[in-house]
Design a protein around this ligand. Sequence first.
Ligand SMILES: NC(=O)c1ccc[n+]([C@@H]2O[C@H](COP(=O)([O-])OP(=O)(O)OC[C@H]3O[C@@H](n4cnc5c(N)ncnc54)[C@H](OP(=O)(O)O)[C@@H]3O)[C@@H](O)[C@H]2O)c1
Length: 245
Amino acid sequence: MPQPTSIITGASRGIGRAIATELARTHQIIGTYRSRADAAESLRAETGCDIFPCDVASRASREALLEFARGRFPALDLLVNNAGMGPRERRDILDATEESFDELIATNLKGPHFLTRQAARWMAERGEGRIVFVTSISAYTASVNRAEYCISKAGLSMSVALYAERLAGSGVKVFEIRPGIIRTDMIAKVEKVYEDKIAAGLLPQRRMGEGSDVAKAVRAIADGLLDYSTGQVIDVDGGFHLRSL
Ligand SMILES: NC(=O)c1ccc[n+]([C@@H]2O[C@H](COP(=O)([O-])OP(=O)(O)OC[C@H]3O[C@@H](n4cnc5c(N)ncnc54)[C@H](OP(=O)(O)O)[C@@H]3O)[C@@H](O)[C@H]2O)c1
């Protein structure tokens, strides 16, 4: 039996790397990176996966990735849209720049939206496939010092619903994973602030998340355990989304 195939964007570090490490046990993987070739090389050495440079914000770069994947794989079983970024500088919504807005929308929303379109067409040819979007609790939580991030993730959440609806009849299943606070480079500068908030009761499950927590949710999807749940949102957030009184 040939191994199932997967593209994981932003696999060089953080959550994407944890997903790649988990899936490498069963899947043939192309893991992408933007600038950290060194980190991607170490992933390749550890897991044996293929790596490929791809800036998801660039159409030419996305097309090059798909062309590379079509050359490597007979079919694509799984796309994980994980690559993303926070604002280079957290600024109040009244001061944040249009440049930062454009960069985050291009990277976190437009990139995965159009990469998915290309991958979905390929999957639909065979009538089978699974697509995962890594969004965030920021899709519905207002952080006024990174509005552009929240807006990009809220938009991406709608992208999930749209693709899930459109592709359901083509045998392609689409899922959203909403991580909460996950220990990666992305939150390194504010890790202590978050640790203090968690200790003070921010999360019902009183610990910060790890990349492996997200990877386990992707594993369940990759193994087909949620195949009758297209469009489902999976919160991987220690219960952050719960309301209590
Ligand atoms: N950490 C959290 O608390 C948290 C919470 C909710 C959601 N998320 C989401 O989870 C995803 C992964 O975040 P993370 O915490 O693992 O971040 P991270 O540690 O900063 O890693 C980001 C990854 O994305 C890649 N990347 C960044 N911009 C890219 C671009 N334009 N094109 C292609 N790849 C790009 C990076 O590549 P290089 O290594 O080459 O730079 C890296 O592999 C993101 O979508 C993020 O929004 C994170």
